[in-house]
Design a binder for this molecule. Structure first.
Ligand SMILES: Cc1cc2nc3c(=O)[nH]c(=O)nc-3n(C[C@H](O)[C@H](O)[C@H](O)COP(=O)(O)OP(=O)(O)OC[C@H]3O[C@@H](n4cnc5c(N)ncnc54)[C@H](O)[C@@H]3O)c2cc1C
Length: 561
């Protein structure tokens, strides 16, 4: 593979190339790196079997562990809670077959590195029932006390079309949308960089709301309000209004909020299957080796301290200490300031500043199990289903409906909220949250007795109050670009002093795309490259990795003045 750094790739390029999460900050083809027959890299045989600590068994940690195992190293995974992290699926008491997705639940096909692993472990997907999506029987948009039923966007009143047109116009005029989307399809790094470097300079200081309010097509407050509620893709983006506009552009350019699918059997299947997966090709280890086989007693317990001693990086748990030549750290970095006592000398001061500044979204969800998907029944009086996927400006915000056929129990995500909406219920037990959501939905669907259909105790989560997470996912505020660049680029360590090398940050909050598992996977892969380089290995000449490409395509550097 060659990394396209100069202009469009004429050879073999198809106009129908899909939009992928290729850039815009670091336009590296992780999918191409992963599928190249030469593999990700080669370790010197003397290094085979070297232990590498992987702190955290979520997607970033398990991808890093899996690939380092394939390179012949010995990943040692530490996990404070359960494998999977924020890919957490749970069931209802007494109903082991019905899944509630407490964390990640919908995945865009543009997340091609994530889909590499989905395909590898043989998981199937189905369209996700997002608002107004083809897989959604009906959507109810409840705004300012008025409900609007729709099957697709065309069924909505004219003002919604006006808002959609305004968004398209703003993206085109202020963010060169179609040129950028086309460049991402063609993996035209020069065009991506030309557009994005300008926008980073112009918009790092701008919030999503500020960007809209300053745009003539959104001069009307009502348009901004409707947009915040319905917006694009999954809707309900008004809780992102304070975030940097760059965060929003990353999502829309790369199709990250589009054509979502869910993982049949639950999102957590992916990390759990990766743990068990036996690779076809693996250096050093005998056939049949998997992460599970390398950890016969399961992952090691929670890490309480990370420090440096002569000979390496020392990891401490309640069970003792062990020294490693390299460590991959994947818990949200907020935990390095709180629950993990991390030696200050391990990172440069400017990286610590970035860790301190990292901003997280909060998120809560409330789930209920019903005897069957009763909402599909058509009300003869209205000709509409009893309930639809619901976007509302009331407390529940987003209601998602899942079914496994007309006779099986139905799973209702009665509420999915972010930030202030999530904080409204923080600290309340699941039963009380259920009461609150049903009371509110009773006003949206008068006369519909949802409670009568519920057959199990509710399930609920608030990620900002989970001690091993302390936030749902990273979301940069205006002015945070420089901090994000420091965290993302930290895997490039050749210029660091010796005592600051060997610890690699990875995960959702290190990536440019917080809230999307693709960023956890790709930063896990950056850490693989970092460990390979640190321990004297190299990538095949025909398949350069993210660190090889970094000097040519590094994220744009803003002046620090
Ligand atoms: C509510 C919610 C909805 C989301 N929706 C989507 C979605 O629809 N689509 C999508 O693509 N992405 C979504 N995401 C984002 C996605 O879940 C994450 O990007 C991804 O799962 C993060 O993986 P990670 O490995 O970076 O971190 P994590 O999954 O957080 O893994 C880190 C692991 O470290 C462990 N840990 C913490 N402290 C320690 C310690 N001291 N010692 C050892 N282990 C420790 C944790 O228990 C955890 O298992 C969502 C996330 C949330 C919270």
């Amino acid at each position: 593979m060659t990394i396209a750094t100069s202009g469009p790739r004429p050879a073999g390029q198809r106009v129908s190339d899909p939009v992928t999460m290729f850039g815009p900050d670091f336009p590296f083809g992780y999918d191409e790196w992963l599928r190249h027959p030469a593999g990700l890299g080669v370790m010197p045989p003397a290094r085979h079997g070297t232990p590498v600590a992987i702190v955290g068994g979520g997607m970033a940690g398990l991808v890093a562990a899996y690939e380092l195992m394939r390179l012949g190293l010995r990943p040692v995974v530490f996990e404070a809670e359960q494998l999977g992290g924020r890919m957490r699926s749970t069931t209802f008491e007494g109903h082991p077959g019905a899944v509630a997705e407490l964390g990640a639940m919908r995945f865009p096909p543009s997340a091609t590195a994530l889909f590499h692993y989905l395909d590898l472990v043989g998981l199937s997907t189905a369209p996700f029932p997002n608002p107004l999506a083809a897989a959604t029987q009906a959507t109810l948009i409840d705004l300012n006390g008025r409900g609007h039923w729709a099957r697709g966007t065309d069924d909505l009143p004219g003002v919604f079309q006006e808002v959609g047109d305004a968004w398209a116009k703003v993206l085109e005029e202020n963010a060169a949308f179609s040129t950028m989307e086309d460049a991402i399809r063609r993996r035209d790094v020069t065009t991506i960089k030309t557009i994005w470097n300008r926008l980073v300079l112009e918009l790092d200081d701008q919030s999503f709301y500020g960007f809209l309010a300053a745009s003539p097509p959104f001069a009307s407050f009502r348009h901004r309000e409707i947009f915040g509620q319905v917006g694009f893709g999954t809707g309900g983006w008004d809780t992102d209004f304070p975030n940097s506009m760059l965060e929003i552009l990353r999502v829309v350019y790369t199709g990250a909020d589009d054509r979502h699918v869910r993982i049949l059997g639950g999102s957590q299947q992916l990390p759990l299957r990766l743990w068990e997966h036996i690779p076809d090709r693996v250096a050093h280890w005998p056939g049949g080796t998997s992460l599970a086989a390398l950890h016969p007693d399961g992952p090691r317990p929670a890490v309480t301290r990370v420090g440096r001693v002569d000979g390496g990086i020392q990891i401490t748990t309640a069970a003792g200490t062990q020294t490693f030549p390299a460590v991959v750290l994947t818990p949200q970095v907020r935990l390095l300031l709180t629950r993990v006592d991390c030696a200050e000398s391990l990172f440069p001061t400017e990286v610590w500043t970035a860790i301190e500044r990292t901003h997280y979204m909060g998120a809560s969800k409330v789930f209920a199990l019903t005897d069957r998907p009763f909402w599909q029944t058509v009300n003869p009086a209205t000709g509409r289903p009893l309930m639809g996927m619901t976007l509302t400006d009331r407390t529940p915000r987003g209601v998602y409906l899942f079914d496994d056929g007309p006779q099986a129990p139905g799973v209702m995500c009665l509420s999915y909220t972010w930030n202030d909406d999530s904080l409204k219920v923080v600290g309340l037990p699941p039963d009380e949250r259920l009461d609150i959501m049903l009371r509110s939905l009773g006003r949206v669907y008068p006369g519909l007795d949802i409670r009568a259909r519920i057959i199990a105790d509710p399930v609920a989560v608030t990620w900002e109050s989970e001690p091993n997470f302390m936030g749902a996912f990273k979301a940069n505020l205006p002015g945070h670009y420089r901090y994000q660049r420091r965290l993302f680029g930290h895997f490039m360590q050749d210029a660091l002093p010796e005592h600051q090398r060997g610890v690699f940050l990875a995960g959702d909050d290190i990536s440019w795309t917080g809230g999307f598992a693709e960023g956890a996977v790709t930063t896990g892969l950056n850490a693989v490259w970092g460990v390979l380089n640190h321990l004297g290995g190299h990538t095949p000449g025909s398949n350069p990795g993210p660190g090889d490409a970094f000097p040519a395509i590094a994220p744009h550097e803003l002046p620090y003045v």
